[in-house]
Ligand binder design. Structure first.
Ligand code: ADP
Ligand code: MG
Length: 394
């Protein structure tokens, strides 16, 4: 192509909100046969909302689960955090729903901030945790407007019941050991450990007040829970299967290692996404979905889009490796389309990096093309421009 043709091509791109970083990038786009898509914010709107909350302890309410999750999520930048905080606000406004004439006076209405949380720890691609203060039983009513709606007494009951259950399980351990040398050894060891365990339980109960003054809240996916040894009850697993197979993402909420609820969030697929995937297929391209989200949700979304190749549960750092893998397998160029900070290394690694939206500066920096309008159809226009400029139609 002549320099003039390239200028025209990039000019037409610019006029349509497609930033093309040079003629070489435009030329590389002609050689792309594989398009890898990030899910969140790229194929989906990137604005998830809570669709359902499953409470796993009858003593607690949906509001309690949301309140506890929001306490830690207020410190997260993840879109899931925004969804949970938005629900907390909605709940508070609903509680304050004025009656009759009082509706006129909205001066007292407003939402309280989530519970204060300390020592917050983010686990990239998995979730977040932090500590909240559990008021002593005496002052159970709690103070502060946001604390009022949390059922502290019930939370205390749930924690007490679960530590009692844990103590009972420890005491039962010897009986569970069956015959055989292994059984005898473990049984003997457990028996020897028993008095100590009981002593510990008693001390635990004694110190309950002090020990429960601070409780650990963890919010995240099942990998994060598995890492801290939390197993999911059947009820939770069945619930997750159901929600995930419809394309929702399930967020687990624990207090002191006790699973209290599951929050299902849904990030809607962009309206043009399915058509864009179909058009890319028509152009002879292979489409791939690459996400940190779980397999079942990722497959559900891919099915809805007509994408057949999926890589799920990929940690941010692993996205680059997946792109490399695809490059090694393909004789042609591989494009990566993404929006977030997480995607920047993968955008840089791909033969053609395409940043979607006014996204993050880092992603824009790493990309060859930037689709300023976040409209995926602009991806098709960019591909067309490239083919027209370099006379590669067909
Ligand atoms: P994505 O590819 O969807 O952008 P991420 O790597 O950001 O994925 O996150 C992967 C998964 O980790 C999410 O689907 C979610 O289950 C979990 N996760 C990450 N951050 C949080 C958070 N702040 N709260 C709850 N879950 C989280
Ligand atoms: Mg993303």
């Amino acid at each position: 192509a002549t320099p003039t043709a390239v200028m025209v091509g990039t000019g037409v791109g610019a006029a349509n909100g497609i930033l093309i970083k040079g003629g070489e990038a435009l030329e590389r786009a002609c050689r792309v046969r594989t398009v890898v898509f990030d899910k969140t914010g790229t194929l989906t709107a990137g604005k998830p909302h809570v669709v359902d909350v499953k409470v796993l302890h009858s003593e607690l309410s949906v509001a309690d689960v949301v309140q506890l999750a929001a306490a830690v999520e207020q410190h997260s930048e993840h879109p899931i955090a925004a969804a949970i905080l938005a629900l907390l606000q909605q709940q508070q406004l609903k509680q304050q729903q004025p009656v009759g004439k009082l509706a006129e006076d909205s001066s007292h209405r407003g939402t309280a901030p989530p519970l204060p949380t300390s020592n917050v720890e983010v686990t990239v691609g998995e979730g977040i945790s932090g500590w909240i203060q559990l008021p002593s039983a005496a002052g159970a009513a709690g103070s502060g407007s946001s604390a009022q709606s949390l059922n502290w007494a019930s939370l205390r009951d749930v924690l007490a019941a679960s530590s009692a259950a844990a103590a009972a399980a420890a005491a039962q351990a010897p009986a569970a050991g069956d015959a055989g040398l292994e059984g005898l050894v473990s049984s003997a060891a457990a028996t020897a450990a028993l008095p100590a365990a009981q002593g510990a339980a008693a001390a635990e109960a004694q110190q309950a007040g002090a020990r429960l003054a601070e409780v650990l809240i963890t919010v995240g996916n099942k990998r994060l829970m598995a890492e801290s040894g939390i197993t999911l009850p059947q009820a939770a697993q069945a619930y997750m299967r159901e929600k995930e197979s419809c394309g929702s993402t399930c967020v687990l909420v624990t207090v002191q290692q006790v699973l209290i609820g599951v929050i299902a969030v849904m990030d809607p697929i962009k309206p043009e996404a399915r058509g864009v995937v179909a058009a890319l297929h028509q152009m002879g391209m292979k489409c791939v979905l690459l996400t940190g989200d779980n397999w079942r949700t990722a497959r559900a979304i891919a099915d809805q889009l007509g994408v057949s190749t999926v890589f799920a549960e990929v940690l941010p750092a692993g996205k680059v490796d997946k792109v490399k893998e695809l490059q090694a397998k393909s004789e042609h160029a591989v494009a990566m389309v993404g929006d977030g900070v997480n995607d920047s290394p993968a955008l840089a690694q791909a033969d053609l990096g395409i940043a979607v939206g006014s996204g993050t500066d880092v992603a824009i920096e790493a990309a060859d093309f930037v689709l300023m309008r976040s409209d995926l159809e602009d991806l098709l226009m960019a591909m067309d421009l490239s083919r027209t400029t370099f006379n590669r139609i067909r």
